[in-house]
Design a binder for this molecule. Structure first.
Ligand code: CNA
Length: 248
């Protein structure tokens, strides 16, 4: 073990109220690309900014539905990896109290974690952008919407004929449960941020709210704006860290 890992292990042992803040990087080993990593969807593709913009979606829903189908099915079929299981283990040990995630893939819940705040929602529902009617997972309407998407067509609301959108937060929309997330961050004695570039507002501000006695740990393959404030920074793959920590 190198010394940074020793310190991380020691912090985990000493902590009793760990909070994790995760991003797309924790799911890349499940086959879901991130946005800003070396193989991220944004690299070399300016169009992707538009894909999750609510303004653009309102005017051009067909652009979203012609491009999102493949990613939707990739996410739906993905399974948790070692990084997710590492956090499940920390919860089982009674140390990890909550996961705050920017991910929409539902993989923390699939891994068995019970207290997960999904700031950007998930793909379990569709919502009508006109009347806000919610279409629940596994209903006939949900299945119809998926069929439409598979044909690269725009699904419409059965109530008002408005455009349906997966119930995830697009750029330009409010995130879910931000206050709850903030309260949880303030209760942490250790904030573990994993696989997030920490640049997407407002999740990116959360590490600045930790208690003055709390410790910040960053596990990310690339530098983040918070590295100087962190007690431990590991520029490594979360899978590698999970293996080296040997708590699985
Ligand atoms: P991001 O900005 O794409 O950053 C991801 C970070 O993770 C990058 O800095 C990578 O270097 C790093 N990284 C990639 N793989 C690993 C790994 N195996 N181990 C350690 N570090 C790794 O993503 P953020 O989450 O910070 O940005 C928030 C966006 C991305 C939210 O709007 C999400 O909804 C959105 N997103 C989510 C998913 C998902 O649900 N899986 C996928 C793609 C994008």
């Amino acid at each position: 073990m190198n010394s940074e890992l020793d310190i991380l292990m020691e912090l985990i042992v000493k902590s009793s109220h760990i909070v994790a803040l995760t991003g797309a990087g924790i799911s890349t080993n499940s086959g879901i690309p991130d946005f800003r990593g070396p193989n991220g969807l944004y690299r070399g593709n300016n169009e992707f900014e538009k894909l999750f913009s609510i303004e653009y979606f309102r005017e051009h829903p067909n652009f979203f539905y012609s491009n999102f189908n493949e990613m939707f099915h990739k996410i739906k079929n993905a399974n948790p990896n070692k990084g997710h299981m590492f956090l499940k283990k920390l919860e089982d040990m009674g140390k990890l109290k909550v996961i705050i995630t920017q991910n929409i893939d539902g993989l923390h819940k699939k891994a068995g974690n019970t207290n997960v705040i999904e700031l950007h929602g998930n793909l379990e529902k569709f919502i009508c952008i006109s009347c806000y009617h919610l279409i629940e997972n596994d209903t006939e309407q949900y299945k119809k919407a998926i069929d439409k998407m598979s044909n690269k067509d725009v699904p419409h609301c059965e109530k008002c004929n408005g455009i349906l959108k997966p119930d995830v937060v697009f750029f330009g929309e409010y995130v879910h449960d931000l206050e709850k997330a903030l309260t949880e961050v303030q209760k942490a004695d250790l904030l573990l941020t994993i696989g997030t570039s920490l640049v997407v507002y407002p999740a990116s501000t959360l590490p600045s709210y930790i208690d003055e006695k709390a410790k910040l740990v960053i596990i990310n393959r690339e530098p983040t704006p918070y590295d100087e404030k962190a007690k431990v920074v590991l520029y490594e793959d979360i899978d590698v860290i999970a293996d080296k920590l040997k708590i699985l």
